[in-house]
Design a protein around this ligand. Structure first.
Ligand SMILES: [Zn+2]
Length: 322
């Protein structure tokens, strides 16, 4: 009898197999192999302390007001090691641990957890977060010095104004360090007191070099956030949940804006919201593919743009195709 392995994979049986998703693995790998990529980079995945994640799942289950009141079944309700193993089986070379506080006094603790997670998960880009509070500049500086490579800001859940004066020094520091910040600032799936392009535009007016990655392509204010990306060369957009059947029903992307999205192809990054998504992972990839913006656009979005931004080592294929 094998001993209890404390959540570690049982030898001879890959951990991701416990999730029972061989078809999805085949579809995802087929997608990037078909594009000639060495894998995917997913800048928007959620890993957080277990009890926080359970709370988030309960929130989605209960159709909390921030889900917009729609059914939101979590597809990947697996143990943490199964979730990381599944991303690896998909061929996701690098991912993130998006986490965020909903109140003061929480960010420093989350950052400690995320630093530890990154140390034990080498393919996770060390992630940190922030909140408008007196010690924010100090802990953002500590996180950057500790090697944080990406931040997450959640304007809707945190219910704060990103242009709050208490965040000013932190934004300045992140702009200076060139550390990207994934920011949920659009009004989808439900608006908040400070969502929408206005507050973010005020932040960018003060910190034009800040590397904001607008989550969900700015859903529901897609065109206004495209405009900010067009105006500020360091602003990027992540694809998280955009163009999926689920989102197109709630907040369809305006077809007239597709040429603008194509033109920003070097600043659009794959994000998915794994594991908190109400559909299987390959659907996000299919949703991007069916835009018909071309293979070069897909290669840039699903891998190359993020690989460049985060300085991922190029993957060499053996000469002669061996
Ligand atoms: Zn998210």
């Amino acid at each position: 009898m094998p001993q209890a392995t404390g959540g570690r994979p049982v030898p001879g049986r890959p951990c991701h197999e416990r999730t029972g998703r061989p078809d999805e693995v085949r579809q995802v790998r087929g997608f990037w192999e078909g594009l000639g990529l060495p894998g995917l980079v997913d800048v928007h995945t959620h890993f957080m302390p277990e009890r926080v994640l359970r709370k988030v799942w309960r929130y989605f289950d209960a159709l909390g007001p921030l889900t917009g009141g729609v059914e939101w079944p979590i597809t990947y309700r697996h143990e943490e090691d199964e979730r990381t193993a599944l991303l690896r089986a998909f061929g996701v070379r690098a991912f993130t641990s998006m986490l965020y506080p909903h109140k003061p006094g929480m960010a420093r603790w989350l950052n400690g957890w995320a630093a530890d997670f990154a140390r034990r998960t080498p393919d996770c880009l060390h992630t940190a977060t922030l909140f408008p509070e007196p010690d924010v500049e100090a802990y953002v500086r500590e996180a950057v010095e500790d090697g944080a490579r990406i931040f997450k800001a959640h304007v809707q859940v945190g219910a704060y104004d990103p242009a709050d004066a208490r965040l000013d020094a932190a934004w300045g520091l992140l702009a200076e360090a060139g550390v990207p910040v994934v920011i949920h600032c659009g009004s989808g799936p439900a608006p908040g007191a400070h969502t929408g392009p206005g507050p973010v535009a005020r932040v960018l007016a003060r910190h034009p070099r800040l590397r904001l990655i607008v989550a969900h392509l700015g859903m529901t204010e897609y065109e206004e956030f495209l405009e900010l990306a067009e105006r500020y060369p360091e602003v990027r957009l992540d694809t998280t949940m955009a163009f999926t059947d689920f989102s197109e029903k709630l907040a369809p992307f305006p077809r007239r804006a597709l040429p603008r999205l194509a033109a920003l192809g070097d600043r659009v990054l794959l994000g998915t919201d794994f594991p908190n998504i109400p559909y299987p992972y390959p659907h996000q990839l299919r949703a991007l593919e069916r835009l018909e913006l071309g293979d070069a656009w897909l290669r840039a979005v699903c891998h190359d743009n993020a690989a460049r931004l985060f300085g991922l080592a190029p993957v060499r294929t053996a000469p002669g195709g061996a």
